[in-house]
Structures are given as C-alpha cells and as structure tokens.
Design a binder for this molecule. Structure first.
Ligand code: NCD
Length: 325
C-alpha cells in the first residue's frame, strides 16, 4: 500500500494513529510536522522504556521480515533490535544470494511470499522506487530502509529527531550538508524533511556530487534559503548542524572519479575549532575517512547518539504501523 493511499485498516478514533496504522513508509513526503511530532513523542517513550526495562511485549506475536538487497549494519540491526525489544520476532534476509532471489525470483513474488509469514516488511534495495513497487504488491505495511540513490525515509526521521535532541529545536537553524549530496539518499530524505521547518540550508559538495536540481528546487519553492558551495570553510563557522556523508563508492561507474573526490572533505579537530561552540556534527555512518577518529570525543560529535536514536524511532514506527501506539 503506497503512501497516502487507503490504509489497510480504517475507522480508528485517533487521527494520528490512523495516519500510521497499516501504512507504508516509502518517502518522507508523506509526513507532516504533526506526524513527526507524534512519532518523536512515541520515540521518547521508547527510549525511556528501553533505559528502564529494556523491552516490552507490545508487538508480541508479530513478525517483521527484514529484507536487505544491499549491505547494512545500523539500519538492519536497529530494525531487528527494535522489533525484538517490542516483543516481536524477525525473519532476517540479509544475504539475498542465499534466498530465492538468486534463483531469479522477482521482487513482487518475494514480497508476496514474505507477506504470508509476516506483519510488516522492511526493504532495502539498490533501485530507486523499489519500496513503492513492493508496497504496491504487499497487503501489509512496507517500510523503506533505503532505495538506491533515492530516499532513506527512516534515516531522515531519525536525523530530525537527533537535531531536536541535540539542539532542542529545528526551526531557526542553519543546516549544512557535506559530501556526496548527489548519491547520498540520507541527504535527500533529510533535506525534504527540513522543508517542513524554518531552516537555512547550505549544500557543500564538489561539482560532480552536487544535490540533484529537483531537490534543490523543492527547497527554494518551500521558501527555504539555500546556499551551494564546494568550500566547507565558507559555512563551518555559521552552521548549527554539519551533516557529513561518505562518498558513495558503489554508485560510481568509473572508480578513478571516486578516487578523485573521496577525500575532498575531512573533519579534523582543527576544523572543529572553527565551528560554533554549540552545534551538532552528524553523519549517517558508515564513515570512511571523512570524520577523523580524534573528533569523536568532541561533545558536539553527535553521530553515535544519532545511531542509537535510530532504534527508538524505528520502535515508534513499527508500533505505529502495526496500530499499537
Ligand atoms: C546510509 C545508507 O545506507 O544510505 N547508511 C545508513 O543507513 N545509516 C549512508 C551510507 O551508506 O553512506
């Protein structure tokens, strides 16, 4: 079931609940600020629940099919941890080479199979739009865990949640996104969500890795102030959030092009001295050299807290699409 099409189950009393119950999560465009506020409230509760007692039986008897056609550490394991901490179980399909995908089974048939055994499907796939395709065939909710160079909606949600928890607000902030803005799907989802807030945005990338024009146009049409530069020095002292990304090696046809840009930006302790005393340095991870390890002890380095937040937000999303919160 795609985006805002009819939910699988309707007639719920609470508006917010009705807006998640039985729905797919395939693009951040489906969310309003109210939706985010609702999910973040639940994520806060999940955080305190995990800290207090570790787990609950809210999703007891429910099954998640975790279907990954691309590598993942954080996204896949945080979805598994989220489901298990909610009392549910997981069918992990992380090496699709060991599934019938390697026999040539199509995505729709794989989805039709998994929906017989599970209540919700999480899908990571190398093609843009694959989650929307899966959602069309599934009669249970499909949650995108990233589709190619398209979107990574749950990462975008946890990134905004992290900005709130680090800085207390999103409105009024200057957010700089740095690195591979062309291929980085987390940037695409985060930028689209930031349209909902009164933010100024700087996109810092070498010329061949600039943000896709359509996303830039969306920002401007939403009334946001947008700057583009290839020099991090232009914005480092003004940004409240610096969101660094890895150059996405696997998206390059010509590896010599990758080699030419892979070390374009490196966050060092010296560079952090130029940044605001109160700011958040974020990264969806994995990093491959763009933030030096000796930056990790800087209190502004938020990336490890950011990945922890991922589990709370995913707990909230799983409980919401299954109609339990
Ligand atoms: C990102 C992804 O897979 O898009 N990782 C993640 O989910 N945290 C970022 C990346 O791979 O660079």
């Amino acid at each position: 079931m795609v985006g805002n099409s009819s939910p699988k189950k309707v007639g719920l009393a609470a508006d917010r609940l009705a807006s998640f119950y039985g729905r797919d999560i395939v693009s951040v465009d489906q969310f309003s600020r109210q939706d985010l506020g609702y999910i973040y409230g639940v994520a806060d509760e999940m955080r305190s629940l995990v800290k207090r007692v570790g787990a609950t039986d809210l999703l007891k008897g429910h099954v998640l099919a975790n279907l990954f056609y691309e590598p993942s550490t954080r996204t896949s394991s945080s979805f598994i941890a989220a489901m298990v901490r909610l009392g549910g179980s997981v069918i992990p399909i992380h090496g699709v080479q060991y599934s019938s995908v390697s026999k040539g089974e199509s995505l729709p048939d794989t989805i039709r199979t998994l929906q017989c055994y599970s209540d919700v499907i999480v899908l990571r796939h190398p093609e843009i739009g694959a989650s929307a395709v899966a959602a069309r065939y599934a009669n249970i909710p499909v949650i995108s865990a990233g589709d190619g160079t398209g979107e990574h909606p749950t990462q975008g949600l946890l990134d905004i949640y992290t900005i709130y928890s680090e800085l207390g607000t999103v409105d009024g902030l200057h957010v700089a996104m740095v690195g591979d803005l062309k291929n980085g799907r987390t940037v695409h989802s985060l930028a689209r969500l930031l349209k909902l807030y009164d933010t100024e945005m700087s996109f810092v990338a070498p010329d061949n890795l600039r943000l896709p024009q359509d996303i830039r146009d969306e920002m401007v049409a939403a009334g946001r102030t947008v700057h583009e530069t290839d020099r991090l020095q232009d914005v480092i002292d003004r940004a409240d959030v610096v969101y660094v990304t890895r150059v996405q090696r696997e998206r390059f046809q010509d590896l010599s092009e990758y080699e030419a840009v892979k070390d374009y930006y490196v966050i060092t302790p010296a560079l952090m001295q130029e940044a605001k005393p109160r700011m958040a340095l974020m990264h969806p991870l994995p990093r491959v050299g763009e933030i030096q390890y000796d930056v990790d002890d800087d209190p502004r380095a938020a990336y490890f807290r950011q990945m922890e937040n991922g589990m709370y937000v995913r707990m909230a999303l799983l409980a919401a699409v299954l109609g339990k919160v």
